[in-house]
Design a protein around this ligand. Structure first.
Ligand SMILES: *[C@@H]1O[C@H](CO)[C@@H](O)[C@H](O)[C@H]1NC(C)=O
Ligand SMILES: *[C@@H]1O[C@H](CO)[C@@H](O)[C@H](O)[C@H]1NC(C)=O
Ligand SMILES: *[C@@H]1O[C@H](CO)[C@@H](O)[C@H](O)[C@H]1NC(C)=O
Ligand SMILES: *[C@@H]1O[C@H](CO)[C@@H](O)[C@H](O)[C@H]1NC(C)=O
Ligand SMILES: *[C@@H]1O[C@H](CO)[C@@H](O)[C@H](O)[C@H]1NC(C)=O
Ligand SMILES: CC(=O)N[C@H]1CO[C@H](CO)[C@@H](O)[C@@H]1O
Length: 273
């Protein structure tokens, strides 16, 4: 049913700006910044970029971002992935980006359905019980097209003034924080760890997401592009043309390719069926 030519995709993060401590209530927002509902030239490294606004408020939401990509011609799922800890965030950053690429997926002309959803906790709805936090899911989808001769993916253009407002996003109104014990596989000794769980209330009906606040300028866009290329260069038999030197030195630094990244929790799993 599913094709099997899927390679692992890697997830990296970039945070920008720093702010002082959090006041409640506090609004966090998750936006899909790229791809947009647009037409792009086929590429081996189509970027996937989420913006997380006010990440300090997002941390206790325990966000997970899930996605899958379908090629509409033939209806085949081409790839899927999860960003398991979108809350793995340096405290105090104002703006945070989780990004990856559809590595070697959108190399041909086609129409693509990209579905994404966000899991988040609400401690007042699902009190932490038996060490687990209940979460709920919200999702959106976009269609984009790849066509020879179309524009190359460009994160600055995709988040520019004239188009940024229509990006898809979800907002969260965090009104309270609760300390909870969770037992997680991250603790091999079986000990509980204490974490913070958010109480969330619905947004006021007039409030609209503000993805324009997550605009990327040339500096941010090129640092993301560079990271995507560098990361793709860690993959065995990478189909990306790699600057041999930088790929080598990063391997040296981290002691291995994908596995080193997994250690930091930044791996975006893209599974093969
Ligand atoms: C979809 O998958 C089927 C079965 O693997 C395959 O025969 C078909 O060519 C695929 N379609 C496209 C557009 O890749
Ligand atoms: C979170 O749970 C509380 C209690 O059930 C509920 O009143 C509130 O509407 C929930 N928040 C959201 C965003 O649904
Ligand atoms: C915890 O789990 C046990 C066994 O599954 C169940 O019997 C118990 O009701 C649960 N407690 C709560 C507070 O949900
Ligand atoms: C967030 O919730 C608080 C408390 O219910 C409310 O006063 C405020 O208007 C909400 N903010 C937004 C933007 O909806
Ligand atoms: C690009 O954006 C970052 C983060 O918002 C900012 O710190 C930087 O000064 C900007 N660079 C330019 C050249 O505008
Ligand atoms: C949300 C979405 O994906 N909307 C549109 C994107 O563009 C294609 C082609 O122009 C439309 O068919 C989608 O409905």
């Amino acid at each position: 049913m599913f094709p099997s030519n899927i390679a692992a995709c890697l997830l990296l993060a970039l945070s920008i700006g720093w702010s002082s401590a959090q006041n409640l209530p506090s609004i966090a927002e998750v936006d899909l910044l790229f791809p947009r509902n647009d037409t792009y030239a086929p590429t081996v490294l189509m970027p996937l970029v989420f913006g997380i606004q006010n990440p300090s408020a997002a941390v206790p939401l325990h966000l997970s971002l899930w996605w899958n990509l379908w090629q509409l011609e033939g209806g085949n799922m081409t790839g899927y992935g999860v960003i398991p800890k979108a809350y793995y965030i340096p405290t105090g950053a104002r703006q945070y980006y989780e990004y990856s690429s559809f590595y070697d997926l959108t190399t041909i002309e086609g129409t693509w359905l990209f579905q994404w959803h966000v899991d988040s906790v609400n401690c007042s709805q699902f009190p932490a019980n038996n060490y687990s936090m209940g979460s709920y899911t919200q999702g959106k989808r976009i269609i984009f097209t790849t066509k020879n001769g179309a524009q190359a993916p460009d994160l600055v253009t995709a988040t520019a003034d004239d188009v940024c407002a229509s990006a898809e996003g979800f907002t969260f109104n965090v009104t309270g924080l609760e300390k909870v014990s969770i037992r997680s596989p991250d603790n091999p000794d079986g000990k509980d760890s204490v974490t913070t769980c958010a109480d969330v209330v619905p947004m006021s009906p007039t409030y609209r997401p503000n993805p324009c606040a997550a605009q990327l300028n040339a500096t941010g866009a090129s640092s993301i592009s560079l990271a995507l290329t560098t990361t793709a260069c860690w993959l065995p038999s990478s189909v990306v043309s790699c600057p041999a030197k930088s790929a080598g030195s990063l391997k040296g630094q981290l002691g291995g390719p994908i596995w080193a990244v997994a250690t930091f929790g930044w791996l975006l799993y893209s599974l093969v069926r």
